[in-house]
Design a protein around this ligand. Sequence first.
Ligand code: B3K
Ligand code: ZN
Length: 869
Amino acid sequence: MSHQPSAKYRADYTSPDFTITHIDLDFILDDTQTVVTAVSRVIKQNQDATTLVLDGEDLKLVSLQIDGSEWGDYSTTENSLTINNVPESFTLTVKTEINPAGNTKLEGLYKSGDAFCTQCEAEGFRRITFYLDRPDVLAKFTTRVEADKGAFPYLLSNGNRVESGDLDSGRHWVKWEDPHAKPSYLFALVAGDFDVLRDNFVTVSGRNVELEIFVDKGNLDRAPHAMTSLKNAMKWDEERFGLEYDLDIYMIVAVDFFNMGAMENKGLNVFNSKFVLANDKTATDNDYLGIESVIGHEYFHNWTGNRVTCRDWFQLSLKEGLTVFRDQEFSSDLGSRAVNRINNVRIIRGPQFAEDESPMAHPIRPEKVIEMNNFYTLTVYEKGSEVIRMMHTLLGEENFQAGMRLYFERHDGTAATCDDFVLAMEDASGIDLSLFRRWYSQSGTPVVSVKAEYNSEEKTFALTLRQDTPATSDQKEKQPLHIPVDVELYDNTGKVIELQCNGKVISNVLSLKETEQTFVFENVATKPYLSLLREFSAPVKLHYDASDEELQFLMVHARNEFARWDAGQMLLAKHIKANVLKVQSGEALNIPESLIDAFRGVLLDKEIDPALVAEVLTLPSENEIGGWFEVVDVDAINSVRSAIKQRFAQEMKDEFSALYQALKQAEYSIEHSSIGKRTLRNLCLNYLAGTEQGNELVEAQYTHADNMTDTVAAMTAANTSELNCREALMKDFSGKWEKDGLVMDKWFILQGTNPAANALENIRVQMSHPAFDIKNPNRTRSLVGSFCNNNPVHFHAKDGSGYKFLAEVLTELNTSNPQVASRLIDPLLKFRRFDVARQGMMRAELEKLSVLDNLAKDLFEKIDKALNA
Ligand code: B3K
Ligand code: ZN
């Protein structure tokens, strides 16, 4: 790196010296020489300002005019254009040339296959033209797009299509007008030849909205689920949040080359095809659910993100945390609330807690940023959503919705801050959130330690809660937070005990605000069973020394499904931890019969939703287990987890077999009950794969599967249990799907997570597979990402080969696509969590990367933090 990239600080925010109220864009599309003309109405905001500084990157400036005359008084740097001595208000015309085909970073205007498309969030618009590329500059956009009509029959942009025409030599043009002022990051343009699925939605006030989903030719039969999800999302937002869509058209385009999941551009969402395309033959149940959630998420952004946007990028969680909360509620209202909550909590307890312990630790509203793309994190998104959820828990649905209405009343059409949001919630509810605001500025995972004491004479039960947040790499000093702790007490018959304090019945949600607080409950006739942190009411680690007997009681008697699952997880955690210590000290494992019986009880209980049974019987991932230890011993963790799985399989094989037979369904359907049964059946198969009948069962399921969920489940079982049939199944699958990258991603993931000794050698071979392309982020994440994140034993191989492999891939991606590189590097940053030998090897790879002479700022920011933390 020739010079160190500079950081921006939240505290340094100042409003812009100039604003832009209108911009007319004109694109003459060409693969390598697209000409962009931007005519902007610029107005001075700060009377002392005389120079206008615009952002720009990888642009060729062709001409510059002010009020129609050439303007020579300017200078450029690598990232900016400074125009001197400008008037109070003026029309600025900037003509630039860009190279979409050469844009492998997939930011700005680029080619995805044969189509042109854009990605502007966070700072991609500056790769299209010189502009005030910041979210607090809101302008009305018109966009004219011109291209060859044969190759690009569809020319799309934001808003409504207002004019079009044909030109000589087979070219044509279309003009779009977006009536809503927006920041540049919400701009979009797409040009290509597609198949289109059309439908419509009539809003609650009776307006008709045209819905269009654009997919690659031949993929129309994979678009209906996305359309259904979109209509469900539009209806749900009207019913639950009272929010109606505001344009006459809503378009979604699916592209194969995309850095993330999808993008909420106003009226024209661009999606990674992974989150649009699905049919029974190509998609798994999880793919269907993922599509529903991402389609919902992007649609919900229309209000939380687009109508009210962020003042600056430090406020990202204002739109992302809130929109994740909304999409989680959407999925929970449509499907199983318990299963959705469990999956969200697994993400927080696994990778989000790990992020808090890594050199990248940051509050949900970061203080310092070098590359904004590095902050689209689990902390900003998922923990951000937990923070919104805590407000929802403290306020209740009615007050929360009143807060939402007030937020829109105050901020619609503007760029707002996280503080604005909390203030609206506080003002609408009358509930004091002053201490709660610390969740926005404090990073790290609080630990809540619990002591419980029953007094049989006084008939009182005293609960002492203590909070401590360990220091994080970004912030040493921590303060107490306002933590909602949802608790319930049961008597020994499983009856709920009402919570009474000082003679009054109180809510189940206790507000822990000080470092230590004791809550004394009265009229508790017998020593109660305690269910803690129900619904995971706060993103904290819980330290409570519950006995096996208590946890087994809660697994059966807690009245809330999440709490029953959680008790099972705590029970597993106790035994996994104890056994890892045994392995480390060379002792024999101890997996008591009572543990197996507790889980057998759940398996045999016909009353429990099969989807929930499957969650209860799913062991925590190796990564989550790693998070429980100061030094992660990947080999010991792997052997204990495998041993428990194997023991469960052997001891419960009759129950697994019986369920496997009983849960067979005649037809495939994506009804939630049907998905639940299939999930449980495939969980049984996964356990059975480790028994004598494994190979036969798995092979038979693969051969007879009539849907992708069952096919992938069979392959996963063969992969995890290293069955004899694995090779044959993998070969058959790639023979069938070689031409379909999205389907092949499932196969690449299996190669990446292969437990076999030669896994890495084989992964290197697969990088030359005809379906693999390192320029395609989905392929790279499937093969390389799954290896580094979900194959801990091989990624952390003692000879350092896994680290070396990742560093090689990163060296290549550093120039072609730094954003993807910067996601992949995360496991390497966490070197401090491993033993000395591994630390040394991981650090050595980071050091090699740090001296690359063209190191992208995305990687620079992370490597610098990791090495200098
Ligand atoms: N807002 C986009 C993410 C943009 C990421 C930029 N690196 C998608 C979403 O969260 O809905
Ligand atoms: Zn989002």
